[in-house]
Design a protein around this ligand. Structure first.
Ligand SMILES: C[S@@+](CC[C@H](N)C(=O)[O-])C[C@H]1O[C@@H](n2cnc3c(N)ncnc32)[C@H](O)[C@@H]1O
Length: 371
């Protein structure tokens, strides 16, 4: 039973990042961690679902899979959906909504499937249905097996609840965290982002070093469920012991507005004392004093044909600065075109799979320490 026993928890990510998320989830000591298409699964109870939302930096969304059954017809779905233990999970006074997807199944009409499930919840629990409800039930019917999940996160998890200011092409915090991990960053070395935009990489890296949990301030959908215990959740959230690392995290950008944004975002995230932001064009960048660490950067992308020459020049300038001044530093570069990565003339290792970042396929290119 979902409310008392263990069930499967699914942590979603973008295809291509499953292996990195798997490493992160394993490091956080969850049970029975498995890498699957589109994410990672673990075994757990409701507290594990809360903890996943609180601690996992890389997941986009966390689903509690509360029931699973074979089903071939809509009538059968309507009947079986009434037997899901809704009263153990949902509250009769909190509005809910249902999303359904159907793949290679006899039931192929996702709207009708969602309707049958919504009717079952209304009839058994009398909970109100609302399009803008904070609680979403997700039904996935695949190969005639219906999996019923509750979205425990609500708003996508890259919304940590701190960032007010964003620029044109911000990196999602969840992706930033996974790209940092894929570059071997563990919180123990300085990080430089020379085209920092709204400061995502720098702030994320500082939070990791300081032991600040990504979900420490935001609200989650699981707070609206029958299984929620405010006292136990507050205790879990407060159990953090942040540290003050001696290393620092540096962002720069040629745009003054970006620097202002980054500072405001770092302030709100509580890492202003660990970060520095300066208005510097890439040609003028020098490394911070001290030991080398990681340069991570996602320069402007090639979106329009006319941008080609300007962008190649920018990537060449980035490569020149890093090759001539950043000896000993590793580089992680995220871009959407291999020709742009090559224009830097940096010694990248063979890249991993491309990842869909808000509709754009991007790839992470990584070097060892530069000569
Ligand atoms: C794709 S955005 C980076 C987004 C950032 N990672 C974030 O999460 O907000 C690229 C950034 O490169 C900056 N940029 C472009 N040309 C530059 C240059 N020559 N020197 C320094 N920064 C530059 C832009 O101002 C922009 O903020």
């Amino acid at each position: 039973m979902a409310s008392t026993g263990h069930f499967e928890i699914f942590l979603a990510t973008a295809p291509g990042l499953e292996a990195v998320l798997y490493e992160e989830v394993r490091s956080l000591r969850f049970r029975a961690v498995k890498q699957v298409a589109g994410g990672v699964t673990v075994d757990g109870d409701w507290r594990d679902a809360w903890r996943a939302n609180l601690e996992v930096r890389g997941a986009n969304k966390i689903l509690a899979r509360i029931d699973r059954f074979r089903v071939f017809h809509l009538d059968e779905l309507a009947k079986r959906a009434r037997r899901v233990a809704w009263d153990e999970v949902l509250r009769s006074d909190i509005p809910f909504r249902v999303e359904a997807t159907c793949r290679t199944s006899k039931i192929f009409h996702s709207g009708a499937a969602a309707q049958r499930i919504a009717d079952a919840i209304r009839d058994t629990l009398r909970a109100p249905l609302a399009d803008d409800a904070a609680v979403t039930i997700m039904a996935r019917i695949e190969n005639d097996v219906c999996t019923i999940s509750v979205d425990t996160s609500g708003e996508l998890l890259h919304k940590r609840g701190f960032k007010v200011a964003v620029n044109k092409a911000p990196m999602r915090e969840t992706f930033a965290a996974l790209f940092l991990r894929a570059c071997g960053y563990s919180g123990a070395e300085p990080v430089v982002d020379p085209m920092c935009g709204s400061g995502t990489f720098v702030i994320e890296a500082a939070e990791i070093a300081a032991g600040l949990k990504p979900g420490r301030e935001r609200v989650f959908a699981f707070e609206q469920l029958a299984t929620f215990d405010r006292g136990a959740w507050d205790e879990m959230r407060r159990a953090t012991t942040p540290t003050t690392p001696s290393i620092r995290f540096h962002g720069s950008d040629r745009d003054a507005g970006a620097i202002e944004m980054s500072r405001a975002n770092a302030e709100r995230a509580g890492v202003a004392h660990l970060t520095t932001f300066a208005q510097v064009a890439i040609g003028d960048l020098t490394p911070p004093d001290g030991l080398p660490g990681l340069v991570i950067v996602n320069p402007p992308y090639g979106a329009r044909i006319g941008d080609r020459e300007r962008l190649h020049a920018l990537y060449r300038a980035l490569g020149r600065t890093l090759r001539t001044r950043f000896s000993g530093w590793r580089v992680g570069l995220i871009t959407n075109e291999s020709a742009l990565a090559r224009a830097t003339e940096l010694p990248f290792k063979p890249p991993g799979p491309p990842v869909n970042n808000g509709g754009l396929r991007v790839t992470l290119y990584v070097t060892d320490g530069l000569a």
